[in-house]
Ligand binder design. Structure first.
Ligand code: PLZ
Length: 471
């Protein structure tokens, strides 16, 4: 063991048995993490960002324990991955058991049951009673790319429509689909062609106000697709039913149903990217269910496998079966350990009705977030569903001419996140302008820790208000 790792402070295990407490025994980051950060800087490429440089040695329930013995409240779930909690018992059991049997064969060489079982579960759980097929991958980005391949193969068309504020990944095609330049795209072009970006139904910033936003935005998008691309040239419309990295934007009511209807009438494959919203996160198993839309293809990842790398494309059998034999795949896609983890995570989600837990988290957190908006003018908007909630922070001044909302304030969001980190709360930011604080706790977070995390957030917002605005 190299310097900086104090083994005496390491809990023997993570998982739900870890003490569910916020406990700071050093500054955050402490000396052990700081030593590891020095090693990192000499070994890891600087392009890989980091939110909070504490080095984790164990995690479970609603806490992350670092190398210095600090126990932090987790409002990030590793970016919406550990919905069932870190090292959940069912996941650990299934993965351990599978690791003892075999770790890899490649499903394209000699298959195994776990892959088939995960695809059966996806067919059962995703929206729509139609016949479905699935294909498994290693990451959300890889799955999104393959959804586009499948839609193009099925339609024989090439254009793909994506939206303002979208995030779909960091590979070449998914960078093209992703809206934000820095840090995701700057310097990495040229990007894949035939991607068209349309406005998003963003209620808080919609010029005509939130009420008409969904309907008006859908009208604009459909007109623009017809006039500028030609609906008959469009293979796929891809959308996050609640935008994630773009700032937890819940589309104005009616936007998704209108898009779904248009796609169906124009023979366009509607792809829902539920990589961040899926598996109970928003209070339903999938966010499409809130507006009762049934996408042709649904892309999942993150929460599917309790922390192991797995992602999928699931959809209508006739669409999914369009690519030729051998046209889809990859060495590791649907790796046996990841499939075993997914079967454990899915069983836990259902057995413990974690979608209902997400709704409970919303019921506890939302009123407190709303009261922050009532008290502090720089808290501009409060939004989200289930355990995917956010505060959009803005300048304490009127909206610029012609705009519906004040200027985004990235600095105040960064200050709040940094202060939360110092107090032992792992809190992430998001948004095209980096001005959104997002809450993504594991769905299994104990209620007392959720409340304590919200207390910390409230204290932080109050202190920042005092320092910046003297209120
Ligand atoms: N689609 C909707 O949220 C990943 C990315 C963080 P991968 N979001 C977190 C970062 O900075 O890289 C995401 C998503 C949606 C696709 C993806 C991509 O999933 O598993 O990261 O490839």
């Amino acid at each position: 063991m190299r310097s900086g790792t104090n083994t005496a402070l390491r809990p023997p295990h993570g998982g739900p048995g870890l003490p569910q407490v916020r406990r700071l025994v050093t500054a955050v980051p402490g000396p052990g993490s700081t030593a590891l950060a020095r090693r990192r800087s000499q070994a890891v490429a600087r392009g890989v960002g980091e939110t909070l440089p504490v080095y984790v040695v164990a995690a479970g329930g609603g806490v992350l324990v670092d190398v210095d013995g600090n126990s932090l409240i987790d409002f990030g779930s590793g970016i919406a991955v550990t919905n069932v909690g870190n090292s959940a018992d069912s996941v650990v059991h299934n993965v351990t058991d599978q690791a003892r049997r075999f770790t890899h064969t490649c499903f394209m060489v000699t298959p195994y049951e776990g892959y088939v079982a995960v695809c059966e579960e996806l067919a059962r759980l995703t929206p729509g009673g139609h016949e479905k097929r699935s294909v498994l991958f290693n990451s959300g980005a890889e799955a999104v790319e393959n959804a586009v391949k499948i839609a193009r193969a099925y339609t024989g068309r090439s254009a793909v429509v994506a939206f303002a504020h979208a995030y779909h990944g960091r590979t070449n095609l998914t960078m093209a689909l992703t809206a934000r330049s820095t840090p995701y795209k700057a310097g990495f072009g040229p990007f894949a062609p035939e991607i068209y970006r349309m406005p998003m139904a963003y209620p808080y910033r919609w010029p005509g106000g939130p009420e008409g936003c969904g309907r008006q935005a859908a009208g604009q998008v459909i007109d623009a697709i017809r006039a500028e691309i030609g609906a008959e040239n469009v293979a796929a419309v891809i959308i996050e039913p609640i935008q994630g990295e773009g700032g937890f934007i819940v589309p104005g009511a009616g936007f998704l149903p209108a898009l779904a209807e248009f796609c169906a009438s124009a023979g366009i494959v509607l792809v829902a990217d539920e990589v961040q919203t899926g598996f109970g996160r928003t209070g339903h198993l999938f966010a499409c269910e809130h507006e009762e839309i049934v996408p042709d293809l649904i892309v999942t990842g993150k929460g599917i496998a309790g922390g192991l790398p797995l992602a999928a494309v699931t959809g209508r059998a006739e669409v999914m079966d369009a690519p030729q034999v051998g046209g889809l795949g990859g060495t590791y896609g649907g790796n046996p350990l990841a499939c075993a983890a997914a079967l454990g995570a899915i069983a836990t989600l259902e057995r413990e009705d974690l979608a209902a837990r997400a709704r409970l988290i919303e019921r506890i957190a939302m009123p407190r977030l709303r009261s922050l908006r009532g008290r502090y003018p720089f808290v501009g908007d409060v939004r989200g569903r289930g355990a995917m909630l956010a505060l959009e922070l803005v300048a304490d001044e009127p909206p610029p001419a012609g705009q519906a909302a004040p200027r985004p304030d990235r600095a105040v969001a960064a200050a709040c996140a940094a202060e939360a980190h110092r107090r032992g709360l792992v809190l992430l930011t998001a948004g095209t302008w980096g001005n959104v604080l997002r809450l993504l706790p594991p769905l299994v977070i104990p209620e007392h820790l959720l409340v304590e995390g919200l207390d910390v957030l409230e204290e932080v917002v109050a202190d920042i208000a005092r320092h910046r605005y003297g209120t």
